[in-house]
Every structure is written in C-alpha cells, then in structure tokens.
Design a protein around this ligand. Structure first.
Ligand code: LHQ
Length: 259
C-alpha cells in the first residue's frame, strides 16, 4: 500500500504530499505521525531551504478522518490534539525555513487550518476552504482560532467558524486568507516556481523574519522594535547579507547559501 504521506526533494525544495486521495487526504493517526516525521526531516536538512505542503488527488485535506474518531480502537481526543494537530502546527511555525501551502483542492477542518498557518498560502482556482468543525459540534482547532482572525479579521472569522460555510478561492483571496491564486492548469508549475524562488533566497534571514512575525500580533510596538533590533543584528552576521550587498554593488546576481 502506498504511504499516506510522501516526500520528494527537488531543487532545494522538500515537497510533502498528503496521500490518501480516496479519503480526500483526511488525517488518521498513522498519517499525522508520518507527516511529523517527514516534516522534521525536511526541517533538519540544511540542503532543503523551502518546504511545500500539498495533496494528491482532488483534495488538499478534509481534516480529521471521521471514521477513525468513531472507531473504538482509534485515538482519543486528547491524542488527536496533543499528538497529531498541535505538534503539526508547532513544527510548521518553528521551522527555520519558509513553508508553502499549495492548496490544490478543498481544505476542510484541521486541513484548512494547517494550510492557513503556513508562511505562504497559494491555491488553485478549484480550491476551497471550510471551517467544518461547527457542523459536527466541535470548535476550530489546529490553531484556527489563533490564525484566522489574524488573517481576515475577527468578524469574518467568527462567522465562518460558526456557519461552517465553504469559502471559494476568490472569496478567500479577497478576505486575505491567501497570497495568490493560480489557474488549475499551471497550478503546480507556478507553486513550484514560487517555492524554488524562496529556496534560493537568504534562508537564515527568512527564518528570522518568521520569528518576528510569530510574535508580532502579541507584542506591543516597543517590544517588537527591540526584537527587530536583536534579529537584525543576527541577520547582519550572515554570509547572505554580505553577499546580497556585494552583489548589489557589483551589479550581479547574488549567490545565497542560506546561512
Ligand atoms: C472523508 C472525510 C473525512 C473521512 C471526506 N473523514 N472520510 C479534531 C478532533 C477530533 C475529532 C475530529 O476532528 C478534529 C479536527 C477536524 O478536522 S474536524 C473536521 C473534520 N472534517 C470534516 O468534517 C469534513 C468532512 N468532509 C466533508 O465535509 C466533505 O467530504 C468535503 C466538503 C471535504 C468534500 O465534499 P465532496 O466534494 O462532496 O466529497 P465527498 O464528501 O464525497 O468526499 C469524498 C470522499 O472522501 C468520500 O468517500 P466515499 O468513499 O464516500 O467516496 C468521503 O467519505 C471521504 N471523506 N472527508 N473527514
């Protein structure tokens, strides 16, 4: 049987595919644990300078596999949050490199919130987003109550979470839920082009930017200015800063190494 999560590495990009297409890539325990293992492998490998998450088949991810939650042998609610989704969100936010969600189809429940916590979210024309939790009596998890109001504002987030409406990709883009929409026929090429662009940039600088963004909505201005000061001192010690400035002065293309 094919693995439920696949990893391919191409041009410094680690591509993680959710691979249960017949279940719309819904997560079961085995898949959530394998995802974490492959993600950690990408995060630890300095040769990988950008990570892409996408889905095989029609869907990006339909969230939790609901057949598993009614299985008496299945994981408990405590395990599902504590061992599956919370670690996934933490590892995406902690990765010292950009993580791109390439949303190829429907993203529902935990699947939507995993996509939305990525550093750059792109989607195909036929993608959609559903905060499906309310329809089964649950609350949005996987960081949704943290991420969504920060992306689209409290009112839209509140309504979407309560109603569980399907949001088309064009509405999602208008609301600020994602960065760019690509036509279906060019979706994968355009997504990979963007990922390869990120993978050839100053990775350490991008990681420091991510660190600043991780706390920017919780900090006040003074705390954020102090943090920027500290992180900028660190960015200034990198090879890629020296290279970027030198390449500009010498009017040539920079050769960034990621450190
Ligand atoms: C699925 C699923 C699925 C299993 C499609 N499970 N098979 C945390 C704590 C603990 C418990 C619960 O969860 C969580 C976090 C969460 O993620 S809660 C939210 C869970 N997800 C949902 O409620 C979404 C359920 N799925 C849907 O609403 C629809 O399937 C969507 C809107 C995603 C797609 O609709 P359609 O395009 O009409 O496709 P479909 O419904 O026909 O689904 C295709 C197949 O995928 C189908 O299988 P079948 O054998 O009948 O062809 C579905 O049963 C299967 N599938 N989602 N979550």
């Amino acid at each position: 049987m094919a693995a439920s999560v696949l990893l391919e590495v191409k041009n410094k990009v680690g591509i993680i595919f959710l691979n249960r297409p017949e279940k719309f890539n819904a997560f079961n325990r085995e898949m959530a644990l394998l995802f974490q293992r492959l993600f950690d492998q990408c995060a630890a490998d300095d040769a990988i300078r950008c990570i892409v998450l996408s889905g095989k088949g029609k869907a990006f991810c339909a969230g939790q596999d609901l057949a598993e939650v009614v299985d008496p042998e299945g994981p408990t609610m405590q395990q599902i949050l504590g061992e599956h989704y919370n670690p996934i969100i933490r590892c995406i936010r902690a990765a010292q490199k950009p993580v791109v969600a390439a949303v190829n189809g429907v993203a529902a429940g935990a699947g939507a919130n995993i996509a939305l916590c990525c550093d750059v979210v792109v989607a195909s024309h036929s993608a959609s987003f559903i905060q499906a939790f309310s329809k089964i009596g649950l609350i949005p998890d996987s960081g949704g109550t943290f991420t969504l109001p920060r992306l689209i504002g409290w009112q839209k987030a509140s309504a979407l979470m309560m109603l569980g409406d399907k949001v088309s990709v064009s509405d999602a883009e208008k609301m600020g839920m994602l960065y760019k929409v690509f036509p279906d026929e060019n979706f994968w090429d355009n997504s990979m082009q963007l990922a390869e662009q990120l993978a050839s940039m100053p990775t350490k600088g991008l990681a420091l930017t991510k660190g600043a963004l991780n706390v920017s909505m919780a900090n006040n201005l003074e705390a954020q200015l102090a943090l920027e000061d500290r992180l900028q001192q660190e960015a200034a010690t990198t090879h890629d800063y020296q290279e970027g400035v030198r390449a500009f002065i010498e009017k040539r293309k920079p050769d960034f190494r990621g450190f």
